[in-house]
Design a protein around this ligand. Sequence first.
Ligand code: CP
Ligand code: NVA
Length: 306
Amino acid sequence: MRHLTSLNEIRSADVREILNLSSELKTRWSQGDRPDILKGHVLTQIFEKPSLRTRLSFEAAMDHLGGSSIFLGRKDAGLEGREAQSDVAKVIGGYSDVIVLRTFSQQLIDDFAKYSGKPVVNGLSDDSHPCQALTDAFTIGEALGRIDGVKLAYIGDGNNVAVSLAEVCGHLGMAFSIGAPEGYQLKPAFLKSLKKKFPKLEVEQFADPQAAVRGADVVYTDVWASMGQEEEKDSRSKIFANYQVNARLMKSAGPKAKFMHCLPARRGLEVTDEVVDGPRSIVFPQAENRMHVAKGVFVWCLERSV
Ligand code: CP
Ligand code: NVA
């Protein structure tokens, strides 16, 4: 059974296969071709947190491929104690061909993979956001014409997005640097396992954002307070104040560097309007690509060909 619970759980060959499938399906979609590869298939999405891009891109992807989608919030699914989570997973598995989950705990996603009997896709947990990072690599390939050897500089919190980006860099031969304040960097245990899994990965961690972006082909940022950390919003705004991606920081990265953000953006905090709306920003093609990569993920999980 092919799950996408995290990028740590799949092989580099799988990552490349998902990106190739996504590329083929995007090309066909742009020619008006929407092959009904997943006709009669049902996607169930269960989300504990809000979403615009993830929910809609998976729904649109399933629709284009000829299937249909069901959406459940945490309460609807009975995950708040109505019945055992393993029973919920088994029942949902009986009605669905593929399941996407957005959760606080990564364990819930792993448990669904264990009990549902169907492919499970991580649509973001507190620990990781694999479909976002796959899309980001896909978008970099389109924007720069290459992925291997690209340097990606991530500025901000060492969160779920940063973790998955570091992993996708390991899979695809990109160099990864992160500029984050002490206490908000990638955890030493994660870095140790990352280096073990990807011995050739160039990964550097800096407290100085200017140092992190030097020589970067892509400057990437995300919110300073993720979903579930709302009460830390004010304290984090002070801690991260020097980590804003603005015109000055983009200048340090060099004239060709692109700007990326998974969105939603807190304009005026982690990024200025000038950068997010500027000519080097590729955030909207990046957002659209979530849909194209969602198709590649489904086709890979369900072991179909295009
Ligand atoms: N980037 C992303 O996952 O966006 P949503 O939270 O809107 O799904
Ligand atoms: N790190 C953010 C990403 C949102 C797509 C969060 O978890 O809220």
